[in-house]
Design a protein around this ligand. Sequence first.
Ligand SMILES: [Zn+2]
Length: 100
Amino acid sequence: MPETIACGLCGREHKPVFLGSTDQGDGCAAEVAEGRLFGHYGSAVADMTVLDFKGDVPADGTLVCDTCITEMLADGRLAEADGDRATQSDEALQSSLKEV
Ligand SMILES: [Zn+2]
């Protein structure tokens, strides 16, 4: 069976970062959730970052490759999350980590 992970926007296929991984490709590991894009380990450009869509938002669960992220950052369709929501979630995360 083909063990590749396809970008939900451009359709390019990528090798999985982990054997059997279905949602983290090498260079294709950012996922849309709640209207934002969350970068994961396999993404070189968005690992550990949250990006906001400035225009059309793909459906939740859409995987987006680094090539698409780079293009959308360049033309303004994506921007690094800033402002209240990102700050609040960062602080909530930090405090929850301290409590553990
Ligand atoms: Zn793509």
